[in-house]
Design a protein around this ligand. Structure first.
Ligand code: BTX
Length: 336
């Protein structure tokens, strides 16, 4: 698309002016056409300065999310080959499921700026304000059995931790099985849903929500005490430099890390993923309360098995394996 070509050239010129004449020569269109494309880029939110006799320059500090921003510089071979960007959707997981049933390819990514009915696990809600977070789902078609699906969720939390660190410098932790936390508060959640036969997965929808540029006031009252964002957390540590992060940078890195994990799963290197997960775990070694239907028990989180089950040494002396999806695990002290 010509609009994207104009944008690419402006980006390559690092906030220096590019004349309308050179853009029109380079792209083989009239200067009026360039002017029209510049205007539609401005409408899409890009901060482009136009100065007579100098031309146009992009002041590139904004957090603009669209298909181009994610594709530009994306370093993956499979995940993100097809990206669907939607301004507002009920849930990217529901949308991804719909297109997966219609045949969407392995690695197709659905990203929304806002979700009106974001979904958490066990029928819970996921608050997904416009313009503030990463609300994204990936269609995966791994050749694995339903019992092996948990490893994808664990791997996705490792990928999220790494991407967050790489782009923001924030060291988050993982609360089993798949909450990413900063300062004991949830900054990211992962919801994996599958469509399968008894023996074989047809496809998975890997949904990832990351709170990126929210202020604390942006969160609904009922989650203010348990939720945080990368911007809030970075501001806690450095009040003078509260940063806003570029969501597309985090997404690109996340898709790259997800692809590394996906390749490991395809090679059967599950142990590597579990080992990495343990490195970032905020649950292992902690006192936990396991809530399953009407049953509640406490103990210490000891280990994680290769299929992702959490091993809990219960206070009554016995050892139990806990499956995700069935239970809530709460730290005895606070949310952790
Ligand atoms: P979860 O069931 O572990 O977490 C949901 C719970 O977390 C809610 O009941 C609420 O207490 C709290 N919560 C809700 N919204 C937020 C938020 N923005 N930040 C922190 N805490 C919150 C976790 O489920 C899985 C969430 C996956 C979300 C992604 S977004 C893209 C994809 N599409 C979709 O509909 N869901 C996934």
């Amino acid at each position: 698309m010509l609009e994207q070509k104009v944008l690419e050239i402006l980006k390559q010129n690092n906030e220096n002016y590019v004349s309308g004449e050179s853009l029109s020569e380079h792209l083989g269109v009239t200067r009026t056409s360039i002017w029209k494309h510049i205007n539609s880029l401005k409408e899409a939110g890009y901060n482009i300065e136009s100065v007579t006799r100098k031309g146009y320059r992009l002041i590139d500090s904004s957090d603009i999310l669209n298909e181009f921003e994610v594709k530009n510089g994306l370093q993956t071979d499979l995940i993100g080959n097809k990206i669907v960007y939607i301004k507002e959707v009920d849930s990217t997981n529901l949308y991804a499921r719909k297109i997966a049933l219609e045949g969407a390819e392995d690695g197709t990514v659905v990203i929304a700026d806002a979700q009106t009915a974001g979904r958490g696990r066990l029928g819970r809600n996921w608050s997904s304000m416009a313009g503030k977070g990463i609300w994204m789902s990936v269609v995966l078609r791994p050749q694995i059995s339903p019992e092996e699906v948990q490893i994808i969720t664990l791997g996705a939390s490792v990928a999220a931790i790494k991407a967050i660190y790489d782009v923001t410098g924030i060291r988050a932790g993982i609360k089993w099985p798949n909450d990413i936390i900063c300062d004991g508060k949830k900054v990211c959640g992962i919801l994996t849903e599958m469509n399968s036969e008894v023996e074989m997965v047809n496809f998975l929808i890997l949904g990832i929500g990351i709170n990126v540029n929210h202020t604390i006031l942006d969160f609904p009252d009922e989650i203010k005490s348990i939720a945080t964002s990368l911007a809030v957390y970075s501001g806690m540590n450095d009040k003078k430099n509260v940063k806003l992060f570029r969501r597309s940078d985090i997404i690109k890195k996340l898709l790259y890390e997800l692809e590394q994990i996906y390749n490991k799963i395809k090679k059967g290197a599950v142990k590597d993923i579990i080992d990495e997960w343990k490195l970032y775990s905020a649950t292992l070694g902690k006192q936990v309360r396991v809530i399953y239907k009407n049953d509640t028990y406490t103990g210490t989180a000891l280990d994680i098995r290769d299929d992702g089950r959490l091993v809990v040494k219960c206070d009554d002396g016995c050892t139990r394996d806990v499956f995700s999806g069935e239970v809530s695990v709460r730290g005895i002290l606070g949310y952790l």
